[in-house]
Design a protein around this ligand. Structure first.
Ligand code: 5GP
Length: 198
């Protein structure tokens, strides 16, 4: 049960490539499980409820905040709420796996405050704001307005990079994945060592 209560958080400005790195880590380490967040935005056409997110209505989200069901939550974009349910973390720990959270920077800081001892936080840094804007454009999921909102938010979020355990520059996807792999491997080894007291 040494992995019990351990957490890994990957955070970055939107478009920095954290979701691709998250996928790579999930494929590489069977000890990890994706923490499915709750969100109030509309699903994209390739997304499945209960796999990518638990898509829930705003009123239900707010009611669940009141009932303290979230480990952390944020209004990530105007009127759009995202959060990690405590029950989701528990579900993963019950499977003797480590939740991997792909969440925004403020959410990551809240998790740090709540689970300071059991946590690894990775910040994925885009090579530049211009590059990040290009990536978001080529993804084709944003309107001009939401793209600009994401770019503005990214510039702000970059200023938090020193708050996290490790910062990985994603200028080369393969190299960034390899770096993330080494860091996670080390964390899991320490976490499952019999001497680990965390
Ligand atoms: P998207 O709408 O592109 O799926 O996600 C937008 C942003 O919300 C991403 O930065 C994503 O990491 C973040 N996000 C997803 N789930 C959560 C969550 O549970 N909590 C927080 N704080 N942010 C989240």
């Amino acid at each position: 049960m040494a992995l019990y209560n351990k957490l890994i958080v990957i955070t970055a400005p939107s478009g920095a490539g954290k979701t691709s790195i998250t996928r790579h880590l999930l494929k590489t380490f069977p000890q990890l499980a994706f923490s499915i967040s709750a969100a109030t935005r509309e699903p994209r056409n390739y997304e499945t409820n209960g796999v990518d997110y638990y898509f829930i209505p705003l009123e239900e989200f707010k009611a669940r905040i009141k009932k303290k069901e979230f480990a952390e939550w944020e209004m990530v974009y105007e009127g759009k709420y995202y959060g990690t349910l405590k029950s989701e973390l528990q579900r993963i720990w019950n499977n003797n796996q480590v939740p991997l959270l792909d969440i925004d920077v403020k959410g990551a800081i809240h998790v740090q405050q709540q689970y300071p001892k059991s946590l690894l936080t990775l910040f994925i840094e885009p090579p530049s704001i211009e590059e990040l804007k290009k990536r978001l454009e080529s993804r084709g999921t944003e309107t001009a307005e939401s793209l600009q909102a994401r770019v503005n938010k990214a510039a702000y979020e970059l200023s938090f990079k020193d708050h996290f355990d490790k910062c990985i520059l994603n200028d080369d996807f393969k190299r960034a994945c390899a770096e993330a792999e080494t860091i996670v491997q080390e964390f899991l080894e320490i976490a499952s060592s019999p001497r680990s007291s965390q």
